[in-house]
Design a protein around this ligand. Structure first.
Ligand code: DGL
Length: 279
């Protein structure tokens, strides 16, 4: 994959970029978190063209209103479509919860959203307790609440907002004692309630997986008694299925023809840095 981007300043503090390619798959998030989804998509479709937008000038979305997030998603969709996106992955659980129904009814292209991975967690738990770490917006979304009610008979579902997790990922401060403390503050209440399987319900959180695993192991005196589920691989598989149905997958893509254009509505440094880690 090539990084095709140029973050020249436009002097207005808005989106700054030059476009060299026509992108086919648009992916967006409130910030860098959606790169955890882009990474899984690229594993399956390495030769497609991507345009990734990090709305980091307006991040985090977690506590913002549904109306605010929906307006941001509309603006981002218009931009991605104007640049040639033919299908869009809403690589943000919070934006999916707030806006995907509106996007689907207002725009003539397919949107792939994030799924709360409660089902695989419910099937995999041994303790009968699953934990969900997500933003406040995701946890009160109707999609999540409906999914949760489908599995609540078979297991106990406990939740916690990953307070401060998004900021750690956006600021690149995961390897600090403060980050370890922040991770413990949201993780340990789930472990205290017996959760042995924890859903990462925010696309930023997989970037904290090493810290989550380390703190979970510390809780259990070094034993690995808790596993974390990232829904991104399942979302990537779903995208492939939908693209196939929609006739958007080329039979024989040009090998090595894949490219990624990165756009940040705020500062691009962290996006470029994190992209270089996943590519
Ligand atoms: N990555 C977003 C999500 O999956 C981030 C949340 C935020 O901006 O608060 O929910």
């Amino acid at each position: 994959m090539a990084l095709v981007c140029d973050f020249g300043a436009n002097g207005k503090g808005g989106i700054s970029f030059y476009c060299y390619i026509r992108s086919m798959i648009g992916v967006f998030d409130s910030g860098c978190g959606g790169l955890s989804v882009l990474k899984e998509i690229i594993k399956l479709l390495p030769d497609e063209k991507y345009i990734y937008l990090a709305d980091n000038a307006h991040c985090p979305y977690g506590e913002k209103t549904k109306e605010y997030i929906t307006d941001r998603c509309r603006e981002i969709t218009r931009l991605l479509m104007s640049k040639g996106a033919e299908i869009i992955v809403v690589a943000c659980n919070t934006a999916t919860a707030a806006a995907i129904s509106s996007l689907r009814s207002e725009f003539p292209i397919k949107f792939i959203g994030m799924e709360p991975a409660v089902k695989p967690a419910a099937l995999g738990t041994k303790s009968g307790v699953i934990g969900v770490l997500a933003t406040a917006g995701t946890l009160k979304g109707s999609k999540y609440l409906a999914t949760k009610s489908n599995y609540e008979d078979g297991c106990k579902i406990v939740e916690h907002v990953g307070e401060g997790f998004v900021e750690i990922v956006e600021n690149g401060t995961a390897n600090t004692p403060q980050a370890a403390q922040t991770v413990r503050r949201s993780l340990y209440p789930l472990l205290d309630q017996g959760a042995d399987t924890i859903v990462l319900g925010c696309t930023h959180y997989p970037f904290l997986l090493p810290q989550l695993q380390e703190q979970a192991a510390a809780y259990y005196g070094g034993k690995v008694l808790c596993r974390f589920i990232d829904p991104a691989p399942a979302v990537a598989n779903h995208l492939v299925d939908v693209m196939r149905e929609e006739g958007l997958l080329k039979d024989s893509p040009q090998e090595g023809g894949g490219s990624v254009e990165l756009i940040a509505t705020g500062s691009p440094e962290r996006l470029v840095q994190l992209y270089s880690k996943i590519s």
